[in-house]
Write a protein that binds this ligand. Structure first.
Ligand code: NDP
Length: 488
């Protein structure tokens, strides 16, 4: 192999990489040995802020291929022909743990997909669960604080978690999924991904339909029992990272089938729940899954930091023909994700190669830290101007969303909005097998056993009352497992 010369970051060939330049053989070290300073100073700056949520993750590049004609729903160029393909980058993650935490923690898994389309990046930033704990972004920081560390002990606190869940019954559906074995998937390849929110698609006639996205694992769902997950936390904390890297390295490329559920505007008005409530699903028998395409992951990035740590996904990144919805959590995430990226990576985070769109970018945004793409050269940095020909093309305007609501409502007033119980009950009774039900009960008992302190009984009683409203047997079994006597 041809030898390369060691250089400073500014390119000067340097004569020594290990021994510092000293006054005599015993030192002290000379300030003029610039390379030692540069090496130490750069090392001190290696870390960027850890993501507050989804800190531990892994990623891979791959392809997405359209397998079914959905042009009646969307005019997105990606979908204009069966067989169209685009490159993708996917980042999987846990949610609550720090960057060094174990992959098999009981936690939802992040499932973030970036599709590099000819008309811009489309990010589907979801989880491995179809619902979420809360439905209003105003609650998000409070909720996440309960999943992190206690401010005094710096320990994870089941008391905080169950206190919060028991005081926010809309979390019950996601809590049930989290404490089923789907809360401990066997690696990232064997789990589904969900867009979770309701999104929309807009067709050539500018008609909008409401859409839910499902990535179904082609490998088949496989989960770990609570005991297996616990054991792996110690034996192989990077279990899911290893599983993905090893599979792709031996060319066993994982695949997911992308499917959508579609609801017309007329149907959305008659649906018995708020279709924009992220704590609820749309039943499959009423809104069947429609095939869209297949995603395959086939390339581990050459450099983890460059592509995985610096990857920045945002639900706001949609393309023409793909739209958002009034889902409150989605609306909150439209703000929060780019805000987090500007904090972690700077105002020009979209210029980092993994985040950069494959199509040209034209606007009048300029300067800022770490601008690396030429900053649009000598073209004008103001609008309107007499020099460039950048136009805001009205053909890309979306149809107005017709929403029946008073403008400044801050309270829930949708039909059945306080029905926190029907869908978790259906999951427990109709979807889970006997052994899944048993595991769910024992996982919940294990989790709730950690509740301690003066409010222990109050928290347990409150949470049991939610389980009771979802399914009597579930509540009684959990109470029995905790050896808890209901108080009148
Ligand atoms: P279906 O019987 O048509 O579908 C059940 C779904 O549940 C399947 O997608 C299955 O995924 C998934 N599933 C199985 N076990 C679990 C689990 N422990 N945690 C989370 N998901 C699981 O039912 P319905 O559509 O009528 O919905 C019934 C209940 O199923 C819902 O209340 C909800 O809790 C759950 N569910 C529904 C989804 C939906 O979009 N309708 C999506 C996911 C869950 P798979 O087929 O890949 O095995």
């Amino acid at each position: 192999m041809k030898k390369k010369k060691l250089t400073t970051a500014s390119g000067r060939p340097y004569f020594e990489n290990e021994d510092s330049m000293t006054v005599g053989p015993r030192g002290p070290i000379l300030l003029q040995d610039y390379y030692v300073q540069e090496k130490l100073a750069h090392f001190n700056r290696e870390r960027i802020p850890e993501r507050i949520v989804h800190a531990k993750g892994t990623g891979a590049f791959g392809t997405f291929k359209v397998t079914n004609n959905i042009t009646k729903y969307t005019k997105a160029k990606l979908f204009n022909k069966v067989g169209n393909k685009c490159r993708v980058f996917v980042r999987f993650s846990t949610v609550g743990g720090e960057k060094g935490s174990a992959d098999t923690e009981r936690d939802p898994r992040g499932f973030a997909v970036k599709l590099y389309t000819e008309e811009g990046n489309w990010d589907l930033v979801g989880n491995n669960t179809p619902v979420f704990f809360i439905k209003d972004p105003k609650k998000f920081p409070d909720f996440i604080h309960t999943q992190k560390r206690d401010p005094k002990t710096n320990l994870k606190s089941p008391t905080m978690m169950w206190d919060y869940w028991s005081l926010n019954p809309e979390s019950l559906h996601q809590v049930m999924i989290l404490f089923s074995d789907r809360g401990t998937p066997d690696g990232y390849r064997r789990m589904n991904g969900y867009g979770s929110h309701t999104f929309s698609m807009i067709n050539k006639k500018n008609k909008r339909v409401w859409v839910k996205y499902h990535f179904k694992t082609v490998q088949g769902n496989k989960t770990l029992t609570g005991a297996q997950a616990e054991e792996l936390k110690g034996k192989d904390p990077d279990y899911a990272q290893r599983d993905l890297v090893e599979a792709i390295t031996k060319k066993d490329f994982p695949k997911w089938a992308l499917k959508i559920q579609v609801m017309t505007d007329e149907q959305s008005k008659k649906f018995r729940w708020n279709p924009f409530d992220v704590t609820k699903v749309w039943p499959h028998n009423e809104y069947p899954l429609i095939d869209v395409g297949v995603m395959e992951l086939n390339e581990i990035p050459a450099n983890y930091f460059a592509d995985v740590e610096q990857a920045a996904f945002a639900p706001a990144h949609v393309v023409d023909g793909i739209g958002l919805s009034p889902d409150k959590m989605l609306q909150g995430r439209i703000f929060a994700y780019p805000d987090a990226h500007r904090y972690r990576l700077g105002a020009n985070y979209e210029q980092i190669p993994v985040n950069r769109p494959i199509c040209p970018v034209h606007n009048h945004q300029r300067d800022g830290m770490m601008n690396t793409d030429g900053n649009s050269g000598d073209s004008p940095n103001y609008f309107p101007n007499s020099f460039d020909n950048i136009e805001a093309d009205k053909n890309y305007k979306e149809p107005a969303m017709k929403l029946d609501s008073d403008f400044a409502d801050t309270y829930d007033r949708n039909e059945n909005d306080d029905d926190y119980y029907t869908q978790p009950g259906d999951l427990f009774r109709k979807v889970m097998t006997d052994s899944e039900r048993q595991n769910t009960i024992s996982n919940i008992v294990g989790g709730m056993s950690g509740i301690s302190g003066s409010k222990r009984d109050e928290i347990i009683q409150r949470q049991l009352s939610h389980f009771f409203k979802a399914d009597k047997e579930l509540a009684l079994s959990v109470a029995k497992g905790l050896d808890f006597k209901f108080k009148k």
